[in-house]
Write a protein that binds this ligand. Structure first.
Ligand SMILES: Cc1ncc(COP(=O)(O)O)c(C=O)c1O
Length: 536
């Protein structure tokens, strides 16, 4: 029944790619560059770039997902030195089309199933143009009041979408909570770990009479080598990296299959690990929990962490980088409230499954002072800050960077363009597609899921218990994926078993794209079972 599905045989013919001479060859020496952002020239240049976007996006479905090229293929098309003479936009766009675009891995391709979705959208793209034309640097409120104030507004909107309690918002009179846009989840985690370290030292100082008079400057350089951060072994590698950046110890806890059929850790596991460490003279500082691990979209047992942060006197951070957006769905209201209740801070990305494009990671904190006492810094050349009212927090005092882009514009445009309903519809589409894929896998008899997932990620392998056969199956799919021609997917490993991570939720992905991929998987599975696939 499946034999009509052909494997890909003929290699894709690249358009002009790589027949172009190095990037400098088309340079026209009589061109005068425009240093003045002449509006008419800008308009013409942007319109020609828009034409390039239009051509690219209208052909995306028939373009390979990933270039099949050797390292160096792109770089060697460019001259060794920066161009001496000016060039015009038309020439640069041609080079982009010919020498760069065919070497781009297409994250917005309908059959990009690797990593996680990084859906972008029309408002996200348009806002980038506007943002770039302003070239504004949000060093502080007065450096771009619109940027700071809109950031407060959209962080409150996000909290509202998450059905957060009022106290969390900027508008609340307590001026305690709030959130900030970060470049990436990794950057947010690093900032949080540094803040957790300082918090731990200050807490200890509060309790010790001898240390009472310690200054915050003294706290910054205090020895942190006995402080420990706990997380599951399924935590994304940016979690351990953040702990390293903060100069603390990491205690990884093996995730186990929980009642929900996926992998996570429980509060009792963390308590046991803490007890062991305390016996060794170490001091628990923080816990990083997963709401949607990258590997299998597993949830740590958040319910068991109720009251944990207060009882154990540790910072509790929840990383919901990928799965967080789905918390705006009414059916996940309880999960959303639980995550907010138990956490000192949490993050989720706008850049993964939320139509905002890179870069946008949202970091929320219950008490903004926890960030400010670590990151507040000033320079004589800066404008005098106004007293903090509702919408003028100095975001430079909340995290690592000083200069900040007007990213709130992008998030505002995305949230407004789609509205709550549109965003929910988009998320449901990904979930429904994944549900259909899960059903097809379960019904096949040839494939099986390795963990129960309920969002857009589907994790599966060959149904056979023979791990060698599974390896052959994965190898077959990996080979097809490597060719980059029809789809892109990467395998992963859990409990020693290889499996495929089918990450759905792309903007262009339709049922036919998933069916094409799953049919290829079923054919590969059948071929393995029939002994037609040999180890290479
Ligand atoms: C759960 C989780 N946390 C953190 C990250 C790191 O994300 P970023 O690229 O925004 O640093 C990822 C990326 O896949 C992730 O899935």
């Amino acid at each position: 029944m499946l034999s009509h599905v052909p494997y890909i045989t003929a290699p894709y013919e690249w358009p002009d790619l790589m027949n172009q001479s190095p990037g400098t060859s088309n340079i026209q020496p009589d061109i005068r560059p425009d240093f003045h952002l002449d509006p008419k020239s800008l308009r013409a240049a942007v319109l020609s770039a828009v034409d390039v976007m239009e051509t690219h996006l209208s052909q995306i479905e028939n373009t390979p997902v990933k270039p099949h090229i050797e390292p160096g293929t792109v770089a060697e098309k460019f001259a060794e030195h920066a161009p001496d003479q000016p060039s015009d936009i038309a020439t640069l766009l041609k080079i982009f089309q010919n020498n760069l675009l065919p070497a781009v891995t297409l994250w917005q391709h309908p059959r990009f199933f690797a990593y996680y979705p990084a859906a972008t959208s029309i408002p996200a793209i348009v806002s980038e143009l506007l943002m770039a034309s302003l070239g504004s640097v949000g060093l502080q409120w007065s450096a771009n009041p619109a940027a700071t104030e809109l950031e407060c507004v959209i962080m409150d909107w996000l909290l509202d979408l998450l059905q957060a309690p009022k106290e969390s918002s900027f508008r609340h009179k307590s001026k305690q909570g709030g959130g900030i846009i970060q470049n990436t989840a990794g950057e947010a985690l690093a900032a949080i770990m540094v803040a957790a370290r300082v918090h731990s030292h200050l807490n200890a100082a509060d309790k010790s009479a001898a240390a009472k008079n310690i200054s915050i400057e003294d706290v910054y350089w205090q020895d942190s080598s006995s402080l420990v951060v706990y997380m599951s072994d399924q935590t994304h590698f940016s979690g351990p990296k953040a702990v390293r950046i903060a100069g603390m110890r990491l205690h990884k806890i093996p995730a186990q299959k929980l009642a929900d059929g996926n992998y996570g850790i429980t509060a009792s596991q963390v308590r046991q690990a803490m007890a062991e460490d305390r016996k060794k003279g170490l001091k628990p500082c923080a816990v990083q929990l997963n709401y949607g691990s990258t590997n299998t979209c597993g949830y740590d047992d958040l319910n068991s962490f109720r009251g944990f942060s207060e009882q154990e006197q540790v910072w509790l951070h929840v990383d919901a980088a990928y799965a967080g957006p789905a918390l705006i769905l009414p059916e996940f209201r309880e999960r959303s409230l639980l995550m907010q209740e138990i956490s000192t801070s949490f993050n989720f990305n706008g850049s993964k499954w939320f139509l905002c494009g890179v870069d946008s990671a949202f970091l929320f904190i219950k008490d903004r002072q926890l960030l400010k006492r670590v990151f507040a810094a000033d320079g004589d050349y800066m404008a005098r800050s106004n007293a903090e009212q509702i919408y003028n927090p100095e975001f430079k005092d909340w995290s690592i960077p000083l200069g900040r882009r007007f990213r709130a514009l992008r998030i505002w445009m995305v949230l407004s363009y789609f509205g709550r309903q549109g965003l929910q519809e988009f998320l449901r589409k990904g979930i429904d597609q994944a549900d259909a894929a899960r059903k097809k896998i379960d019904a096949s008899g040839l494939l099986k899921q390795i963990a129960k997932t309920d969002l857009g990620l589907v994790c599966f392998r060959l149904a056979s218990d023979d791990l060698n056969k599974n390896d052959l199956f994965i190898q077959r799919i990996e080979d097809l994926s490597d060719s980059g021609q029809k789809f892109l997917i990467y395998p992963s490993v859990i409990e020693g078993q290889k499996f495929l991570r089918l990450a759905l939720g792309g903007i262009h992905t339709e049922t036919k794209d998933i069916d094409l991929f799953l049919d290829l998987c079923l054919k590969a599975a059948q071929d393995v079972e029939n002994g037609l696939v040999q180890k290479q």
